[in-house]
Design a protein around this ligand. Structure first.
Ligand code: BG6
Length: 478
């Protein structure tokens, strides 16, 4: 279904994110027929170039970042006609009058701040000063949304001077992933799971976001952030919220976000002994973390594993283990809900060691799978085996499966539709930092150095121990 006519202004329109994700995503929506004829996308950045040069730049980006199967030169040529470019001075006055003249009054207006947070205030102020934004306009902001509670509060305050919370769309691209939304459909669209979804039946939950990529050229930036700020405070916590929250009474933005917020507020502080941090060492395939960070004494983690407890009626006693890292064995993100063993073994020894596990795979091969125990087929007596009940989106959707929309394209279309469900509210972000801050402070004050791990492994040995000491084990990263 096409969305309403819109003007989307992308500040930082020539940047990496715009070229890699935002514009390729918009192109794919255009190609699928979801973009109305009157849509217009305005790139705004410092570079002094004209719209023709910008169109060429974006054409190149689409050719580089959209798989061949999902693009064709005809539709690219049509798509880039929607693009305009305006050189703009974010902290000065250059370009703003021109932008004001270009943005239409009568259509949906969205402003995407794909720039560092230090510019948020300047941009928001000028959008109003020049009469470009109004109280219906939407504002999209990217992470990092602050680096601690104080800076997040300050950013929220700056935005609140010019925009109402109902106009602000804080992106966490994990919320746009197909399976993440499916998680809600599975939990709340079936009767099957909800009765078991509590500490009486769930032994523990594992949330893994393993990456094979190194920090690479982002080393210097990344070293000031680390995995806790880069992945846990946002992406992993969002997954944790969706898996643990109470059923919202309707699938509406604030109903969902209220429930997520309650989960964050119910998180216990984490003991330092329940945290393992790591840095990859170097090998023939690539430099070590500290080399890439250009900081031989770096104490920043690019791997973190931790045990988290939720103090509420549903989850008390069911730990949630989180794990994420760079340069690991495989790119694999999943949530595994590990159920308890049946209370009594009627099949003797072989029974009871095969608990049910529901795995929600975010990437690759999005899908779900439920491990169940059955009888081994054949006349060999009552022997048990485990089989996965497998649901792969690729198979379910058929040959078009590659066209599962990318997280960004879905989220941008939600902005145009005015649906905030999959975006973080200001209080959620602040609550997440309020929980994260003391954890980071804890290891910073102790001066802990992360443990080294081999690239291509599943992280430091100590991360295995984190579960072993509880009599559990991580699912393998394969
Ligand atoms: C980003 C982080 O938010 O998410 C990156 O800044 C990380 O460090 C990326 O690589 C992972 O996203 P995805 O979609 O590839 O899992």
């Amino acid at each position: 279904i096409p969305v309403d006519e819109f003007d989307l202004v992308i500040f930082g329109g020539t940047g990496d994110l715009a070229r890699r994700k935002i514009l390729p995503g918009l192109y794919r929506r255009f190609r699928s027929g979801q973009m109305p004829e009157g849509a217009r996308i305005i790139g705004a950045a410092r570079a002094d170039q004209d719209s023709a040069a910008y169109r060429k730049m974006i054409q190149d980006a689409i050719e580089e970042f959209v798989p061949e199967k999902s693009r064709d030169s005809e539709s690219i040529a049509e798509f880039i006609k929607l693009l305009e470019y305006i050189p703009i001075d974010a902290t000065g006055e250059g370009g703003w009058k021109e932008l004001a003249a270009m943005v239409r009054k009568e259509v949906v207006k969205a402003f995407y701040f794909s720039v560092g947070p230090s510019l948020f205030g300047d941009l928001a102020e000028r959008l109003h000063k020049y009469g470009i934004a109004d109280d219906q306009s939407r504002l999209v902001v990217e992470k990092p949304f602050g680096r601690d509670l104080d800076s997040a509060k300050a950013l929220n305050a700056v935005l609140a001077q010019h925009f109402d919370e109902s106009q602000i769309y804080r992106i966490d691209h994990y919320l746009g992933k197909e399976t993440v939304q499916n998680l809600m459909a599975v939990r709340f669209g079936n009767i099957l799971f909800e009765p078991l979804w509590n500490s009486q039946y769930v032994d523990h939950i594992q949330i893994t976001a393993a990456e094979t990529v190194a920090v690479g050229s982002r080393g210097a930036y990344y070293d000031k952030s680390g995995a806790m700020r880069d992945m846990v405070q946002n992406h992993l916590m969002q997954l944790l919220c969706l898996i643990a929250m109470e059923p919202p009474n309707e699938f509406e933005p604030d109903a969902v976000r209220d429930e997520k917020l309650k989960v964050i507020r119910a998180l216990d502080p984490v003991a330092q002994s329940d945290i393992v941090r790591g840095q990859y060492s170097g090998n023939a395939d690539g430099p070590s973390y500290v080399e890439e960070a250009e900081n031989p004494d770096s104490k920043t983690e690019c791997f973190v594993a931790m045990k988290v407890n939720i103090s509420n009626w549903r989850w008390k006693g069911t730990p949630i283990y989180l794990r994420t890292g760079k340069r690991l064995r495989a790119r694999e993100s999943e949530i595994a809900v590990v159920f308890k063993d049946p209370p009594h073994s009627i099949f003797g020894e072989q029974d009871g060691r095969r608990g049910n596990v529901l795995v929600i795979r975010l990437q690759p091969n999005e899908g779900m799978n439920l491990r169940v125990t059955i009888k081994e087929p054949g006349p060999g007596g009552m022997r048990l085996m485990e089989v996965p009940l497998d649901m792969s989106f690729a198979e379910a959707l058929g040959p078009d499966a590659e066209d599962v929309p990318d997280a960004y394209e879905r989220l941008i279309m939600d902005v145009i539709r005015g649906n905030q469900t999959l975006f973080m509210r200001g209080d959620e972000v602040e609550a997440a930092w309020a929980w994260t801050d003391p954890i980071i402070k804890g290891w910073t004050e102790r001066g802990d150095k992360p443990k080294l791990y081999d690239p291509g492994s599943s992280g430091p040995e100590d991360a295995l121990m984190l579960l072993h000491k509880d009599g559990r084990r991580w699912r393998e990263i394969k």
